[in-house]
Design a protein around this ligand. Structure first.
Ligand code: FAD
Ligand code: NAD
Length: 474
């Protein structure tokens, strides 16, 4: 017999699991299918984000930060420790425990919200039927009034530089290295390269990052990228711009890498090579030929502005479709689609989705960069404030970085906010709220900010737009 549902969600990453829970909360009979298997052999809903992405990377960033601070910054507080050491297995074990706690939490949330979970691989057939090859071995068939595809993404492999899971690795391998590599090579100075490169660099690896583009962190505001490059250089992350890796191969226990530079070819040797050159939509085995869902030239599931695919009542969200590959984008896209299915309003503004890079200092932004405003011919005013002039940042030993705000020259509406500094990931939320409400830099300047807090730097940057900052010369 075919089980029938109002909504069948394929994939239980941040896109799928949030959508499934929200749908069940709105009274839709909901099923969710996911194929992931955790380290303990059990179902591990949560997708890339919980298993091998956002959460494990932040766990390792946190552990490595403590180790780094104990060695380099605690002395100025009068704290000293002899024989500081890092037990990598304990650090990885802590990370695994956090992952298990969170994936187990999703299973509980499914039960509590009456989402029917199937552990297996799902394929969308025609007429809204879904076959599930369960991990247990049985195959079953489901039928849904609505289908939501949330199959996520996988790492892009460079042709000729195949992942082997041990020496040439992607994020999955880099989150599970069992000892600190003496030399770590990284291809791609993007978000993963910088975050995971920082983890192993703090633990003692000599990290070299190869970036194909001539410009560092071109997605960020130019002033923030410049400051970030300076901070990462101080941390001895060796970032080689304008550099293509021509080939890489494992010889013995080393990865031999050949790079193309303006001075010709160069050979380098690493203990591990992390390839982090972007991710691509994952749709393998997801779509039967006659299911009616089309893929784009880039292999993403094609959707319209409402996340509807080329097949009626079949939607797709998250990393598998266009737009930023971020967990919060994936989740909010799911909520918006479910709201529409339930006859409510569903909306997501890509322009107010915040970006965060969890390095030290953290980098966060929302809205337009200065270079985007220039390219679009939009007249703007700019205001900034350095954390070096913020009392809380100094007291906390985090004077690096700044807040930079961009507002419309005529209306003063906040168009972009760019932060590099401690807790930038949290500070950006205030700017997101301001932009969502179409607030102005004057609104931010008029809001009372607690003293002493890092958020006063946001306040002062807003005041600086009007040449009224108190703690800097405007
Ligand atoms: P996924 O999380 O990839 O989930 C898709 C799920 O669907 C997977 O479990 C997959 O196994 C399952 N699936 C696929 N096909 C089928 C099928 N046919 N049948 C059954 N199951 C199927 N984003 C942030 O916002 N903040 C961060 O700090 C952050 N850090 C990251 C760090 C790393 C190292 C990486 C790699 C990514 C990070 N991301 C971060 C990005 C974030 O992980 C993704 O944007 C997010 O996971 C996308 O969610 P999703 O649900 O669309 O896809
Ligand atoms: P990315 O797009 O952030 O960076 C990839 C970098 O690799 C780019 O700078 C690109 O120019 C470079 N590159 C591409 N091909 C190259 C080549 N052949 N040689 C050298 N450099 C090359 O991709 P990523 O770091 O792999 O991360 C993938 C996605 O995962 C991110 O875009 C982001 O959406 C998501 N993510 C988010 C977070 C976060 O929110 N904190 C963290 C990790 C990952």
């Amino acid at each position: 017999m075919t089980d029938k549902f109002d909504l069948i969600v394929i994939g239980a990453g941040p896109a799928g699991y949030v959508a499934a829970i929200h749908a069940a909360q709105l009274g839709l009979k909901t099923a969710c299918i996911d194929k992931s298997i955790g380290k303990d052999g059990q179902a591990a809903p949560g997708g890339t984000c919980l298993n091998v992405g956002c959460i494990p990377s932040k766990a390792l960033l946190d552990s490595s930060k403590h180790y780094d601070h104990l060695q380099h910054t605690y002395a100025e507080h009068g704290i000293s420790a002899d024989n500081v050491s890092m037990n990598v297995a304990t650090m990885i074990g802590r990370k695994d425990k956090i992952v298990k706690q969170l994936t187990g939490g999703i299973s509980q949330l499914f039960k509590a919200n009456k989402v029917t979970f199937f552990h297996g691989t799902a394929t969308l057939e025609k007429d809204h039927r879904v076959t599930v090859n369960q991990i247990s071995g049985d195959a079953i068939e489901l039928e849904g009034k609505n289908i939501l595809l949330a199959s996520g993404s996988v790492s892009i492999e460079i042709p000729g530089i195949a992942f082997d899971g041990e020496y040439i690795i992607d994020n999955i391998g880099a989150l599970d290295i069992d000892s600190v590599p003496k030399r770590l090579g990284v291809i791609g100075a993007g978000v993963i390269g910088l975050e995971l490169g920082s983890v192993w660099s703090r633990l003692g690896s000599e990290v070299t990052i190869f970036e194909a583009l001539p410009e560092f962190l071109g997605v960020a505001d130019k002033d923030i990228a410049k400051l970030a490059a300076r901070e990462f250089r101080k941390q001895k992350l060796d970032i080689k711009l304008n550099t293509m890796v021509k080939s890489a191969g494992v010889k013995g226990q080393q990865v031999e890498v050949t790079i193309d530079t303006k001075d010709g070819e160069q050979q380098l040797s690493f203990d591990r090579l992390l390839v982090a050159v972007g991710r691509k939509a994952f749709t393998e085995g997801l779509l039967a030929e006659d299911c009616g869902v089309k893929l784009s030239d880039r292999g993403q599931i094609e959707v319209d502005d409402n996340c509807l695919t080329s097949s009626a009542n079949v939607y797709a969200i998250g990393d598998a479709v266009r737009g930023p590959m971020l967990a919060h984008k994936a989740s909010e896209e799911g909520v918006a689609v479910v709201n529409r299915i339930a006859g409510k309003h569903g909306h997501l503004d890509f322009n107010t989705i915040p970006w965060v890079i969890y390095t030290e200092p953290e980098i966060a932004w929302v809205g337009k960069t200065e270079q985007q405003l220039e390219a679009d011919g939009i007249e703007y005013k700019s205001g900034s404030f350095p954390f070096a002039a913020n009392g809380r940042a100094l007291a906390g030993g985090a004077p690096a970085g700044m807040v930079k705000l961009l507002a419309d020259a005529t209306t003063d509406e906040l168009l972009g906010a760019h932060i590099i500094g401690a807790n930038a990931s949290e500070l950006i939320a205030e700017c997101v709220v301001t932009m969502e409400f179409h607030g102005s830099s004057e609104d931010l300047a008029l809001i009372v900010h607690a003293h002493p807090t890092l958020s006063e730097a946001v306040h002062e940057a807003a005041l600086n737009i009007h040449k009224h900052a108190i703690h800097r010369v405007n």
